[in-house]
Design a protein around this ligand. Structure first.
Ligand SMILES: NC(=O)c1ccc[n+]([C@@H]2O[C@H](COP(=O)([O-])OP(=O)(O)OC[C@H]3O[C@@H](n4cnc5c(N)ncnc54)[C@H](O)[C@@H]3O)[C@@H](O)[C@H]2O)c1
Length: 391
């Protein structure tokens, strides 16, 4: 007889690229060891019912299917929601989900703009018993987990600089068809920053490195794209953004450089972090998913970088042997486990310390992106507003 685990009954709203990924992570729950909680997909929703069949073919636990998300919110078969819909819908859906008392793992950027994000935060404040978190999976890579540990241990000495980013390249093709992520009204004025910024900012914000100010260089490189009929139409979203930020921790200040590029030739979902310090430096990129580079330094010693091949060294132990390597879908499974753990045991009772991105962190990231947008338009350094208190 399988051991009884607490079931967390999930509804998925938005059955596209990410909706399937999270469902697949649920199907792979047996990969994880010794957990006393388990997600179960009981409800699905998309305005395109053609997407139901993949879910129904693969999950016999689905009891509610609808093209109206409110049916999931009204259902007693649903405890929590994973929501992955276009950005223009985040504010309304996330608020409604939270107000219905359903726990929420929502996709980034958690609101199409700062105002939408603050509306979501108001709902979070009004419903303190609802667990709300934002999806951001890259920090669950083993090397990123090590980096978080080095940050907690304060290993770096004086920080010289920090660089983070997320790079894509498929938009280099001018004939790639336009989709909602390249339309301001659906994706948001932030463009690539709204799409990729939370990924790049999650570790700096968790480290407490909220920038004081930002100078942003924003570029729209491919200004027209074919629509579904092949007609060329304007493509007005920012393709690439480079943010030069100043971080002041009270003890020291240092530059934080963030790149969110949709047109970085040759790069396929390359997420990276580089922290240079006077005593210790570290570097990781998903381009080399198992390789962590570190450099210890003491006065008079040779400056030599070391490369460590990390195996499957995960926040939540899994069946995969430590000699094997980790990938994108593994990071989603680990993030999913962290959200379910927080839901089952509360943040303080989690099996490991790294919790998913918080609503407060999404607000901080909106403050940075809003200032970056203004900086890009005006060509000036713009102060980053400090987030309003939550709760
Ligand atoms: N964490 C990550 O790595 C990652 C990667 C890609 C996208 N995302 C985020 O996930 C979200 C969705 O992106 P995607 O790539 O899955 O998009 P997608 O276009 O593949 O899927 C979105 C789905 O939402 C559905 N939808 C639209 N309106 C709806 C409504 N009113 N009710 C229910 N369903 C509706 C669409 O029909 C579509 O199937 C976005 O917020 C995006 O930024 C996150």
């Amino acid at each position: 007889m399988p051991r009884a685990r607490r079931k967390i009954r999930f509804g998925i709203i938005g059955l596209g690229l990410m909706g399937r990924e999270l469902a697949s992570a649920t199907a792979r729950w047996c990969h994880l060891l010794d957990l006393d909680f388990e997600p179960e997909i009981t409800a699905i929703c998309d305005t395109n019912p053609a997407l139901f069949s993949w879910f129904e073919d693969n999950f016999d636990t689905i009891r509610v299917r609808s093209s109206d998300y409110r049916d999931l919110l009204d259902s007693s078969e649903v405890d929590a929601i994973y929501c992955a819909v276009p950005h223009n819908l985040h504010a309304q859906l996330y608020r409604d989900i939270i107000a219905a008392g359903k726990h929420l793992l929502g996709e980034k950027p958690f609101g199409i703009d700062l105002r939408a994000n603050e509306e979501i935060l108001d709902a979070v404040n009004a419903h303190p018993n609802v667990v709300v978190a934002c999806s951001s999976e890259f920090p669950f890579f083993p090397a990123a987990q090590r980096i978080m540990r080095y940050i907690t241990e304060n290993r770096f000495g004086t920080i010289i600089e920090v660089e983070t980013g997320l790079l894509h390249s498929s938009d280099l093709d001018p004939n790639k068809k336009i989709n909602w992520k390249r339309m301001i009204e659906l994706n948001g004025e932030y463009g690539c920053m709204g799409d990729l910024g939370m990924h790049a900012l999650h570790i700096p914000l968790r480290a407490g490195w909220m920038p004081d100010n930002v100078r942003a260089l924003l570029t729209n490189i491919v200004t027209q794209r074919p629509n579904a009929n092949g007609d060329m139409i304007p493509c007005l979203t920012w393709d690439n953004a480079m943010l030069a930020c100043e971080v002041n921790t009270g003890e020291q200040s240092f530059p934080l450089t963030i790149k969110t590029y949709r047109i970085a030739p040759g790069e396929t979902n390359t997420w990276y972090v580089r922290i240079l310090g006077t005593k210790f430096s570290v570097e990781f990129s998903t381009k080399y998913p198992k390789t962590l580079r570190i450099m210890d330094y003491e006065s008079g010693r040779e400056q030599a970088w070391q490369s460590i091949d990390l195996g499957y060294e995960t926040a939540y132990p899994a069946i995969t042997g430590g000699i094997f390597e980790f990938g994108f879908s593994d990071s989603l499974l680990q993030m999913w486990a962290a959200f379910c753990d927080q839901l089952a045991n509360g943040r303080e009772g989690m099996r490991q310390p790294f919790y998913c991105a918080t609503p407060e962190e999404t607000h901080q990231h909106h403050q940075v992106l809003t200032a970056a947008l203004e900086s890009g338009k005006r060509g000036h350094v713009v102060p980053v507003a400090q987030p309003r208190p939550i709760g």
